[in-house]
Design a protein around this ligand. Structure first.
Ligand code: SF4
Length: 356
């Protein structure tokens, strides 16, 4: 293992002194409750602090404890998550709360490996919870920390390669102090979020500039190296905006699959060489319905692993066919506005509302 070029305590000492003067006051910083810290960490994945605060507060008002979250239905959880995206995070949060109740007598575990065994909690999130809630050493490697470490030790190479990943975890382990783990975790995340930013890091204001290899080599703008963006496949789908007396038919996606537990208008994928109108007609038959289809527009949406082009067809329906099943509902437009639809179908709803 490559040694550090300076004592780890020198780095953590400078960082902690800076944090004492510059740490951000955030709602989840005013508690040591592991549930609240866990919730904030999950919400902050892929979402910025400013956007998260109102969601965090609303969520806790509805589910003030792990027990309350576990007792809620997944639909209630999705309702409060709507707008944050990446619904898998909400599903795992709910599942993990149920597991804490059933396997840990309602007490959030304090051991890194036990926390990591809960759904949706990776090594870095578990490290953050252990450090912030329990004030014990728990190395973190979220996006902010990754950037700081890549620059501080001039780590080059593809940032997600096994080799770089391994090196960064070693560094995180070596640099995280045994004492003041609570403050250190927040300090290094704050430094990445406010000073060592992705573009134009403010090295002049950085407490680590005297130690920073990227700064001394003028590489701070080049590190971490940019990964090669993989091309994201495009999927063509059709959706039926089936309406009946001002209500629209929606269905729930199976829990086990992608976007599991979220709702959508009846939809299907258009075969590679197929036409959207033909796919919409086939879907209508599959749903046991018959009516005239009217094309009303197209929406596009990017999920994490694919993009969707969704062709929308309106049709006046009857409450016949398979609509009586439990996981299907006829809902009014105001109800749908509050309903946990997934991304592309939210856009389909917005288009429907715009068209009146
Ligand atoms: S000196 Fe600059 S590049 Fe280095 S850690 Fe500080 S802000 Fe980041």
């Amino acid at each position: 293992m490559q040694p550090l070029p300076w004592p780890a305590e020198d780095m953590s000492g400078r960082l902690l002194a800076w944090y004492g003067r510059n740490g951000r006051d955030l709602p989840w910083r005013r508690t040591r409750d592991p549930y609240r810290i866990w919730l904030s960490e999950i919400m902050l994945q892929q979402t910025g602090v400013t956007a998260v605060i109102p969601y965090y507060e609303r969520f806790l008002a509805a589910f003030p404890s792990i027990a309350a979250l576990a007792a809620a239905s997944l639909d209630q959880v999705f309702e409060l998550w709507a707008g944050l995206g990446y619904y898998r995070r909400a599903r795992f949060l709910h599942e993990a709360a149920c597991r804490v109740m059933s396997e840990h007598q309602g007490r959030f575990p304090d051991q890194l490996d036990v926390i990591m065994a809960l759904p949706g909690i990776g090594r870095s999130t578990a490290g953050a919870i252990v450090s912030i809630a329990f004030d014990r050493k728990g190395p973190i490697l979220d996006g902010n920390v990754r950037r700081v470490l890549c620059r501080l030790l001039a780590v080059s190479g593809a940032p997600r390669s096994r080799e770089v990943e391994k090196r960064l975890w070693q560094l995180a382990e070596m640099l995280t102090p045994e004492n003041r783990a609570h403050d250190y975790a927040q300090a290094i995340m704050d430094l990445g979020a406010t000073v060592c930013t992705p573009r134009r890091p403010d090295c002049a204001a950085c407490p680590l500039s005297a130690l920073c290899q990227a700064f001394w080599q003028g590489l701070q703008e080049q590190l971490p190296q940019r990964g090669v963006r993989k091309s994201v496949p495009l999927v063509r789908q059709v959706a039926l905006l089936m309406h009946h007396h001002g209500r629209y038919l929606v269905r729930k996606r199976p829990l086990a699959g992608m976007l599991g537990g979220l709702w959508e208008f009846p939809a299907t994928t258009v075969p590679e060489d197929g036409e959207p109108a033909a796919a919409a007609r086939a879907l209508l038959i599959e749903e046991g319905l018959s009516c005239t289809l009217e094309p009303v527009g197209t929406v596009r949406h990017a999920y994490s692993h694919f993009r969707v082009e969704l062709f929308l067809f309106a049709c006046q329906g009857t409450a016949a066919g398979r609509v009586a099943e439990e996981e299907r509902r006829w809902l009014s437009l105001p109800e749908l506005a509050e309903w946990p639809l997934h991304g592309s179908h939210k856009k389909a709803l917005a288009l429907t509302l715009r068209q009146g």
